[in-house]
Design a protein around this ligand. Sequence first.
Ligand code: F0G
Length: 351
Amino acid sequence: MRPPRGVIERYRDLLPVGEKTPIVSLGEGGTPLLLAPRLSERVGARVLLKVEGANPTGSFKDRGMTVAISRALEDGARAVVCASTGNTAASAAAYAARAGLACSVVVPEGGMALGKMAQALVHGAKVLQVRGSFDEALALVRELGERDPVTIVNSVNPDRIAGQMTAAFEVADALGDAPDLHCLPVGNAGNITAAWRGYRLYREAGRAGHLPRLFGFQANGAAPLVTGQPVAQPRTVAGAIRIGRPASWKGAIAAASESGGGIQAVDDGEIMAAYRFLAAEEGVFCEPASAVPVAGLLRLGAPPGSTVVCVLTGHGLKDPDTALSQIGSPVSVEADLDQVRAELGLSGDDD
Ligand code: F0G
């Protein structure tokens, strides 16, 4: 059987791997770029969804993790560590398991969605919940990286950023060029940094003709890049981006300004409206953070006739608690045909 074809195999020439790098892949990348007809109609532009929930662990993090874990293995690492709001933890745990490396994840207590917690634990990671924020967890992990023999696999590791460029490559390959606008949620700001680097590299390599404008979106209660000030206690329904001091702050600002885009904030109500719209009108279930760029697009609009890509960063099943608490619960009936028909509104004249 052929090994799965992951992003390293497909974009090897643009990634920091060599002949001797042992490739640790779960077949990540190659995610759908799906036309969103109803969203396009509402926005007045051609809107496409890059469905990153289709990656092996259900988020875009796998693109960077395949590179980071492969490189860690090549360098003789025995253990990896990360701070996380959940998806990085799930991805690190899976790729470390595949590589035979020990993995520890440091997460804010009570801040990690159920599905992500299950993933990290099932893959055998040591999960430490700290009584503090993601930002405090990351500060602790950075200290560990300095004093102990562990490799950090957060996006402060350049191999993570390198791998995450592959989402931009895939979009340009699918469209034949970069889109006009590329919209994504921003938390620790590694992904927007990677997207901008990826599009620029692709153009330099002659594989895309132009550059997109990058629009990053944060949640109102966690919008340090919009206010210009770190947020000590970030709050939002979008737990994945509940971050007050993004590590790639400068990269995010550079991506937005150099591309002629911007960074803006939306409120939790707009996020949940976009979340429901995507699920109910487009058939795509993403996690709340992933609905953030769609909320932003619905607020800002787009130039008529332009091509817009929204990156849906993680799968909806990551966070079943938010889905159920926000949308409602099922109806219970006896195992009785009349009751079932009555509940379904089918009890008519033929009775
Ligand atoms: N969307 C999802 C679903 C995420 O999990 C994250 C980040 C982002 C967007 C933002 O990406 O940090 O590169 O700006 N999640 C990290 C984690 C922080 O620990 O899983 P970013």
